[in-house]
Write a protein that binds this ligand. Sequence first.
Ligand SMILES: *[C@@H]1O[C@H](CO)[C@@H](O)[C@H](O)[C@H]1NC(C)=O
Ligand SMILES: *[C@@H]1O[C@H](CO)[C@@H](O)[C@H](O)[C@H]1NC(C)=O
Ligand SMILES: *[C@@H]1O[C@H](CO)[C@@H](O)[C@H](O)[C@H]1NC(C)=O
Ligand SMILES: *[C@@H]1O[C@H](CO)[C@@H](O)[C@H](O)[C@H]1NC(C)=O
Ligand SMILES: *[C@@H]1O[C@H](CO)[C@@H](O)[C@H](O)[C@H]1NC(C)=O
Ligand SMILES: *[C@@H]1O[C@H](CO)[C@@H](O)[C@H](O)[C@H]1NC(C)=O
Ligand SMILES: *[C@@H]1O[C@H](CO)[C@@H](O)[C@H](O)[C@H]1NC(C)=O
Ligand SMILES: *[C@@H]1O[C@H](CO)[C@@H](O)[C@H](O)[C@H]1NC(C)=O
Ligand SMILES: *[C@@H]1O[C@H](CO)[C@@H](O)[C@H](O)[C@H]1NC(C)=O
Ligand SMILES: *[C@@H]1O[C@H](CO)[C@@H](O)[C@H](O)[C@H]1NC(C)=O
Ligand SMILES: *[C@@H]1O[C@H](CO)[C@@H](O)[C@H](O)[C@H]1NC(C)=O
Ligand SMILES: *[C@@H]1O[C@H](CO)[C@@H](O)[C@H](O)[C@H]1NC(C)=O
Length: 512
Amino acid sequence: MAISYYSAHAKLAWIFALLLILVTTTIQVHCQSPPGFISVDCGFTNTSAYNDSITGIQFDPDSGFVEGGLNNKISAEFMVGSDEQQKTLRSFPDGSRNCYTLPSTAGTKYLLRATFTYGNYDGLNKSRDGSLFLFGLHIGVNIWEAVNMTNWDPSLTIWKEVITVAPANSVSVCLINFSSGTPFVSALELRPLDDLMYPFVNSSVSISYFKRIRFGETTEFITRYKLDPYDRFWEAWLLTTYPWISLNTSDRVRRLPGDNTFQVPEGILQQASTLDTNFSFLEINVTVGPNLDAKNLELLPIFHFAEINSSNPSRRFDIYSDNELLFPDFSPSRFQVDSMHQNGRFLHNPAAIFRLNRTRRSRLPPLINAFEVYSLVRMDNLTTDSNDVNYMKEVKKHYNLARINWNGDPCSPREYSWEGLTCDYSKSNQNPRIVAVNLSTSGLKGGLVISFMNMVSLENLDLSHNNLTGAIPDYQIKSLKVLDLSYNQLDGPIPDSILQRSHAGLLDLRFA
Ligand SMILES: *[C@@H]1O[C@H](CO)[C@@H](O)[C@H](O)[C@H]1NC(C)=O
Ligand SMILES: *[C@@H]1O[C@H](CO)[C@@H](O)[C@H](O)[C@H]1NC(C)=O
Ligand SMILES: *[C@@H]1O[C@H](CO)[C@@H](O)[C@H](O)[C@H]1NC(C)=O
Ligand SMILES: *[C@@H]1O[C@H](CO)[C@@H](O)[C@H](O)[C@H]1NC(C)=O
Ligand SMILES: *[C@@H]1O[C@H](CO)[C@@H](O)[C@H](O)[C@H]1NC(C)=O
Ligand SMILES: *[C@@H]1O[C@H](CO)[C@@H](O)[C@H](O)[C@H]1NC(C)=O
Ligand SMILES: *[C@@H]1O[C@H](CO)[C@@H](O)[C@H](O)[C@H]1NC(C)=O
Ligand SMILES: *[C@@H]1O[C@H](CO)[C@@H](O)[C@H](O)[C@H]1NC(C)=O
Ligand SMILES: *[C@@H]1O[C@H](CO)[C@@H](O)[C@H](O)[C@H]1NC(C)=O
Ligand SMILES: *[C@@H]1O[C@H](CO)[C@@H](O)[C@H](O)[C@H]1NC(C)=O
Ligand SMILES: *[C@@H]1O[C@H](CO)[C@@H](O)[C@H](O)[C@H]1NC(C)=O
Ligand SMILES: *[C@@H]1O[C@H](CO)[C@@H](O)[C@H](O)[C@H]1NC(C)=O
């Protein structure tokens, strides 16, 4: 265990050394956290970042990633022994959807984790007052999961993870008010993955963490970075007393060359659990608690096996998901990992029970080193066209618009689209476009922002009843059919480009 920890560490340090040599001259490198890690401590009000004392990962305050919400601290009684990130949180009493926006690289695969510790921050005892305490999470514009803190010990942390492909140069996480308690979040962590990992995850399929377990005996309840360079959370398997038997080895446990699909840390594969020899099956039951209800989920299990018994035992077993035989007569390879999964096939297994049944030929009961199970997250809703998004963000910034619902994606999903926008969703396999912007009576001051002129799908722009000043720019938006500039203090003359279209009957110009 200790040996593998340090060897993984040393490898990482070596990779960093290389990276530093290559890039220090052009880019500023945050040397402590691995490249691409974005770690946000929500509700943390100090102006500067800090390094987490356990992982060394740098955490930033959340003010640059979110707009609304209130900063809160968990109650003093829960502070002692709490992780630094769990001490503060941001709550969102206003607005039906509130989003964090994290920078990403379009097309890159990420692990995104959100953590939640209620800690009775509001003194209302909400997780124990008998009422429903439930709110929703969206990954971008799609439903991810619900966070259920009903009858929940306030000192405990819930975490949710999703593996997803970033649709654009940012990825958003939104908290949805279900009118059953104020949504909040304690920390957000974005970790880039190798593109070859989790190959069944693509732009239309994401997977949400259901359980990720490492077997054998460990001292830590959660194993994460640095043993896992991708900072996945691996929970310890707590059953270690008789008839469970923990196995370990200090010998190398290798992957087949070119097998980069899961990259389970070697330190995890060097341990396993099995049972006393007279037992015939090993059951993995992962349903515990209100946040692990598999009833309506489609699950994708991944089993990681490596024979680490130094003799050459006969160990064969059938692998079941509930009562469905997934892999018959499997025998783990010696000191080499086999990751068994059905290549993106999701299963219905409402009990979330998986079983390894010893076959009759086998001398020994089954063994397992690590196990992951995810649920399907459909990414059917598309984000708004990225140019339209960028232009609307410019408009928002230029006029300093603090509208509570101008948050997250402008058009998607439909029921959360920004007030005052009309979007075109008619082309089902294309990103929604913005076709109308109504910013009438919105207190706009200053000049007409150029961004509107770049929105090639815009047909109707209403900027009436504001305090816009200055000249009207020489517009060239061929798509525009209605332009209402009335009740402002704009100066003439009206540019030819606009007048011509108006005279030709192509544009309804209102200007008074
Ligand atoms: C935040 O700032 C306070 C006051 O300056 C300081 O005592 C505290 O250690 C800081 N917290 C972290 C995590 O840096
Ligand atoms: C984090 O630790 C690194 C050294 O490992 C140090 O250079 C950096 O200044 C620290 N950052 C903060 C915010 O303390
Ligand atoms: C919170 O709820 C628990 C369980 O119902 C109760 O024991 C405790 O006294 C409550 N605390 C407050 C401050 O209401
Ligand atoms: C997609 O959007 C529709 C309409 O807004 C919504 O009903 C649906 O739940 C969304 N789908 C997902 C997967 O989030
Ligand atoms: C959010 O939920 C709270 C608590 O259930 C409710 O009082 C509030 O009206 C909701 N706000 C919105 C904007 O939905
Ligand atoms: C994503 O994967 C699913 C399942 O393998 C497949 O049906 C779908 O076509 C893929 N989508 C894209 C955009 O590649
Ligand atoms: C590893 O296994 C040996 C027996 O094979 C045992 O004595 C030792 O305590 C185990 N070490 C750990 C860290 O589990
Ligand atoms: C296995 O053997 C032990 C004694 O070594 C016994 O206590 C136990 O009941 C047996 N279990 C089964 C399933 O036969
Ligand atoms: C699975 O675990 C849950 C919670 O510990 C328990 O209620 C349930 O009975 C278990 N199911 C089986 C088949 O062991
Ligand atoms: C939330 O958790 C409570 C308590 O465990 C449970 O009764 C309720 O059904 C759960 N609700 C949902 C929607 O998961
Ligand atoms: C696995 O083995 C157990 C015990 O022998 C048996 O009860 C169970 O039916 C088997 N499971 C399947 C799916 O065959
Ligand atoms: C424009 O500004 C003036 C004062 O600066 C104010 O009296 C007037 O109401 C504003 N008009 C609109 C339409 O907001």
